[in-house]
Design a protein around this ligand. Structure first.
Ligand code: FAD
Length: 416
């Protein structure tokens, strides 16, 4: 028997491809994990995403074809920007230097053209070297400090996984002369289910009969890797193979024999507060905006498609939902300030409703320990019949389509 921990997009994708007997154990009373929508406790009929969840299919045409079997998707050409120095600058900033004040754009271009090839040892060195000190201190440092909530010299140089396009000289010069272009990076085009993310995930899961194959409200709390048993609050289950999609950190903690693995405390991550805000009307045709300046407590603002109403979201990195972070009045003032500055609203009357939800494990941190700890641990777990996959199971930076692909690969590995 194969047991799958978690009914998010990774667990469901594994279930779809497993030929034999399996059981999915999901701790919540709903399926979908982060790849669905939720109703806030007092939210009436509102259904919100956990932030903006668009599908990216770059270099993954086969995954696009596969998900299109479960629903129709709308295609979007990315319109995103950086808001700083009281102006919108099209994203990516490094290709739009003409939007900067004269001394800054001159300095930034000069530094890009003067780069020499050399190795870098951490994220700070990597960014300073590839983008120059001006762009680094103007954008990357304040933005990423806010986002990761940690010093960049602590993080690995390859942390960005290609999501921050390094400018070549020709494009930087073109951007300086006002001929910037935006359709670069990992997601110049992206997709959203025609109806909603929840609708897609429900259709996706429909092939798996609830009750028989998916058990809700079953939180895995303990795993005996020698006896091959998982324990939830209610039951104990035996397995031959375990596919795990809960955060690797939590998996290691739950294993009885965890002294055989590195401490779960070595795995670092951030937590994200996502504020979903219903507006009277949409005033900006942007999908998302990066907010590097410290005047904004949020690092990103955006919209996702929603039928009938306008929803904007704001994201910030916080540690826990206690004290000031839990104070709705403070949060409302922060939202109001940010949305007014961005010209998403004119006054507080434009806000019809807001909800804030904490995602406790949202982005993992690629610090120096990551390389030493994560890949060898995933290999060791396989020796015990445990395949840990998905963004959090494999403790990585991935998208929903990466997770689907990885789950399919995982099932193939088991079959071999
Ligand atoms: C703010 C934010 C924005 C994002 N935006 C995008 C985007 O635009 N596009 C994109 O492609 N991706 C985006 N992502 C990434 C995307 O959300 C993930 O890649 C994807 O949802 C991961 O799916 P998963 O099934 O691996 O994990 P999850 O969705 O986390 O699913 C894991 C499941 O396991 C369950 N579980 C956890 N612990 C236990 C336990 N002990 N016992 C039983 N069940 C358990 C959980 O309840 C959950 O249902 C974003 C992520 C964040 C945080």
């Amino acid at each position: 028997m194969v047991i799958i921990i978690g009914a998010g997009i990774s667990g469901l994708s594994a279930a779809h491809h497993l030929p034999g007997e399996y059981l999915v154990l999901e701790k919540e009373n709903v399926i979908g994990g982060l790849s669905t929508q939720y109703t806030p406790p007092d939210g009436g009929d509102y259904r919100f995403d956990f932030g903006g969840h668009y599908f990216h299919f770059k270099d993954k045409g086969e995954i696009k074809k596969y998900v299109e079997r479960f629903g129709r998707f709308r295609e979007f050409r990315r319109k995103s920007a950086v808001y700083m120095l009281d102006r919108y600058i099209p994203y990516p900033l490094q290709y739009h230097l003409s939007y900067l004040p004269a001394p800054l754009k001159k300095a930034a271009l000069g530094e890009i053209l003067a780069r020499k090839k050399r190795g870098t040892h951490n994220l700070q060195e990597y960014l300073e070297h590839n983008f120059g000190p001006t762009l680094f201190s103007l954008f990357f440092k304040p933005f990423l400090n806010k986002y990761y909530g940690t010093g960049l010299a602590d993080l690995a140089a390859d942390m960005d996984k290609g999501s921050i396009p390094v400018p070549d000289e020709k494009s930087a010069v073109a951007g300086y002369r006002g001929k910037g272009f935006s359709q670069t990076g990992y997601n110049p085009v992206f997709y959203y289910p025609e109806n909603s993310l929840e609708d897609f995930i429900e259709t996706y899961a429909a092939g798996i009969q609830k009750g028989r194959h998916i058990k809700l409200n079953e939180e895995v709390v303990e795993i005996d890797i020698d006896k091959k048993k998982v324990k939830t609050g209610n039951n104990t289950y035996e397995y031959e193979t375990l596919i795990n999609t809960m955060p690797l950190k939590h998996l290691l903690k739950a294993i009885n024999q965890n002294a055989r693995f590195p401490s779960h405390e070595k795995l670092r991550h951030i937590s994200t507060l996502v504020c979903n805000i219903v507006l009277k009307k949409r005033r900006k045709r942007l999908h998302w905006v990066y907010l590097p300046e410290t005047q904004f407590p949020f690092y990103r603002a955006g919209y996702y498609p929603y039928r009938g109403i306008t929803v904007t979201y704001l994201e910030k990195t916080i540690k826990t939902m206690v004290g000031e972070a839990a104070n709705r009045d403070i949060l409302f003032d922060e939202i109001l300030f940010t949305l007014k500055k961005l010209k998403f609203i004119e006054s507080k009357d434009d806000i019809l409703y807001f909800d804030a939800r904490l995602i406790p494990v949202s982005y993992i941190l690629f610090d120096r320990e990551w390389h030493k700890v994560v890949p060898p641990t995933l290999t060791d777990l396989k020796r015990y019949g445990i395949h840990s996959t998905g963004r959090y199971g494999a403790w990585n930076y991935t998208s929903m389509s990466d997770d689907i692909k990885a789950a399919i690969e995982t099932v193939k590995t088991i079959g071999r």
